[in-house]
Structures are given as structure tokens and as C-alpha cells.
Write a protein that binds this ligand. Structure first.
Ligand SMILES: C[S@@+](CC[C@H](N)C(=O)[O-])C[C@H]1O[C@@H](n2cnc3c(N)ncnc32)[C@H](O)[C@@H]1O
Length: 328
């Protein structure tokens, strides 16, 4: 771990750069490519270009989750500030923290906010947003963590009245078992007086959901294709974009969007860094990400199993998205 101070009130801790981490990540990529269906880990989505493309997705007319969550935050941030009296706001998978400003504003207005701790794997976006936030809130400190929320929760600094926010329904990108592990880790990280604030996309008309991932401008496709580009660059892979057709569909049984590609023709992809060749059949699936949608009873049961109790539940007007507050 290296710890560098870029400005007096901003510290950035980098946890993801060491060789062991990289080796583990490459190994996980190797095994997921050999799984059924084959999968290129979603972590390949979020390099610098991927983060910029995701930001573009959040502004698409079809991509309702961001607007729906913003609507809830705009209506409820004051109430959240009052309920939590948050002194430290931690944000997992923070990205640009654009919607988070609503929370930071409310906590600052309530006079309790002292520190913001964004955590994200994407180094560049994290630094940019940490700097912008330090500038906007001159009295608070900002401690960014370039890390993985599935393994680096121990890096969250101790403190009183912490709010750990996990917005954007990012939790839906984890498979149920990994979700359970993460929720347990979050429950263990919470001290008395701390809160967990979770944003989740709800089950609704599948056509509305599917449209959000099949936008007419094709930005989501570019975003997902960028994972192939990143693998070519960093894993010495030889993906040819034209050999894959983008396909994001609703799986009614699992209640998730299944996002990825189908191979146009049978062919082999070589991964120099992994020393492996993957033989794809014509039409074979290469999944990149799932995005689970939730029902209230289901997520409450998952939280309860991890030892978390829901104390508030809010949705947008159209009940597309929910924000909940939980304690340990
Ligand atoms: C779906 S975006 C959501 C961004 C933002 N929170 C929002 O609500 O718009 C997911 C974010 O989580 C980050 N991310 C994905 N997997 C991660 C992991 N394992 N650890 C830390 N950050 C991760 C990505 O870099 C990205 O910024």
C-alpha cells in the first residue's frame, strides 16, 4: 500500500496496485473465462474510459435508475441527515459521487459532516471526484481509497456516526453468494451509531428494465465492449469486436439483466498474460455483468441474514428504485 497526500485535506490510499492482488485478479479472470456460461469479470469494465462511459449512461433517457435514485435523495437527504447525524460519509463504488452531493449538502447543512471517504477501484475517477468534493466543502477532510469493496472494508477509518452508502444498485452486480458475503462484511464494519444506506433497483416491467440496457444511442454497448478492449490491452487478449454481438436480456427466473455477448462464429481467443486459449462455439455466451433487481421482502431477508435491520425505506414516485437505511 502506498499513501500519498495530494492536497492538505485530501489523502488517497491505494490498495489495489500490488503484484499479489494482480495475480489473484488474473486468476479469478482465468477461472471465470472457463465457467459456464463463460464470463469476463465485470471489473474489466471500469478502466478510465469505462468510468467515463458509465457516467454517460447515467445521463441517458432510458437509464432510469440514476434519475430515480436522485429523486429519492433530493426528497429524503434532509431526513437521512437528521436520522443518521452522519459525521463521516463513506461511499462504496463511489464513481463520480455526483448524486452523493445531495447527501453531502444535507449533512453539511445539518452541521454534522466532518469527513468523506469514497472507495472505488477506478483510480482516476476517484481522484477527480475527491478533489472536486474537497473544493466544494472547505471544512471537511476527504480520504479516498482506491480499493475493492469486496475485500478492503477494513481500510475504512474508524469514527463515530459513520454512514456507509452503497448507491446506484451496484450491489445488484454481485451474484447472491457474493452479496451475502459483502453484506456480512458491512454488518461487521458497522459500529453502534453507524448506518448503512443502500440504493437498489426494483423489479418492474421487464420492458422498462431491458430498455435501460439497450439504449438507442448504443452507449451501454460501447461500455460493455470496452471490457474487451481493456482485456486486449492488459491481458494481451485478441478479442475481435466484430466476432461478438452485444446482447443484454432480462432473465425472469433470476430477476436479473444478463449483459454480455454472443459469439457470431466459432473461434478461439488467446490470452497471452493468462497463457490460455478459450474456444468459443458459434452463438456461445460471454457474460460480462449481471444486474439483479430486487423486491422489498427479498432484500430485507438478505439484510436480516447478514445481521442488518432496515429502519427506513423510501422509493421514488413511480416505485422504480428504493433507498433504505439499515443498522447493525
Ligand atoms: C454501477 S457504477 C455506480 C457508480 C455510482 N455509485 C452511482 O451510483 O452512479 C459502479 C461503481 O463501482 C465501482 N466498482 C465496481 N466494482 C468494484 C469493487 N469491487 N470495488 C470497488 N469499486 C467497484 C466502479 O468503478 C464504479 O464506479
Amino acid at each position: 500500500m502506498t499513501d500519498s497526500t495530494t492536497q492538505p485535506r485530501i489523502t488517497i490510499g491505494v490498495l489495489v496496485e500490488d503484484a499479489d492482488r494482480r495475480a489473484e485478479f488474473y486468476e479469478a479472470t482465468f477461472w471465470s473465462l472457463r465457467a459456464t456460461p463463460r464470463e469476463l469479470l465485470a471489473s474489466w469494465l471500469y478502466d478510465e474510459r469505462g468510468s467515463i462511459l458509465f457516467d454517460e449512461i447515467t445521463r441517458l433517457p432510458e437509464y432510469y435508475p440514476t434519475n430515480a435514485e436522485r429523486e429519492i435523495l433530493a426528497a429524503r437527504a434532509g431526513e437521512i441527515a437528521e436520522l443518521t447525524k452522519g459525521r463521516t460519509l463513506v461511499e462504496l463504488g463511489a464513481g463520480t459521487s455526483e448524486k452523493t452531493l445531495l447527501l453531502l449538502d444535507a449533512l453539511a447543512a445539518a452541521g454534522t459532516l466532518e469527513r468523506f471517504v469514497p472507495l472505488d477501484v477506478s483510480d482516476d475517477i476517484l481522484r477527480l471526484s475527491a478533489e472536486a468534493i474537497a473544493e466544494r466543502y472547505p471544512t471537511i477532510s476527504v480520504h479516498g481509497i482506491v480499493g475493492d469493496f469486496e475485500r478492503d472494508l477494513a481500510a475504512i477509518p474508524p469514527g463515530e456516526s459513520r454512514v456507509i452508502a452503497f448507491l446506484g444498485s451496484t450491489i445488484g452486480n454481485l451474484y447472491p453468494e457474493r452479496r451475502a458475503t459483502l453484506l456480512q462484511a458491512i454488518a461487521s464494519a458497522l459500529a453502534p451509531g453507524d448506518f448503512f444506506l443502500l440504493g437498489i433497483d426494483l423489479v418492474k416491467d421487464p420492458a422498462v428494465i431491458a430498455r435501460a440496457y439497450n439504449d438507442s444511442a448504443g452507449v451501454t454497448e460501447q461500455f460493455v465492449r470496452n471490457a474487451l478492449t481493456a482485456a486486449n490491452r492488459d491481458l494481451g487478449a485478441d478479442f475481435v469486436q466484430e466476432r461478438f454481438v452485444f446482447d443484454a436480456f432480462w432473465d425472469p427466473e433470476r430477476e436479473w439483466m444478463d449483459i454480455g455477448f454472443n459469439a457470431v462464429e466459432a473461434h478461439t481467443v488467446h490470452f497471452a498474460e493468462l497463457e490460455v486459449d478459450i474456444e468459443l462455439r458459434e452463438g456461445e455466451r460471454l457474460r460480462v455483468e449481471v444486474s439483479s433487481k430486487f423486491r422489498r421482502e427479498g432484500i430485507e431477508a438478505e439484510l436480516a441474514a447478514a445481521g442488518l435491520r432496515v429502519t427506513s425505506w423510501w422509493t421514488d414516485e413511480a416505485a422504480r428504485f428504493a433507498l433504505l437505511l439499515a443498522t447493525g
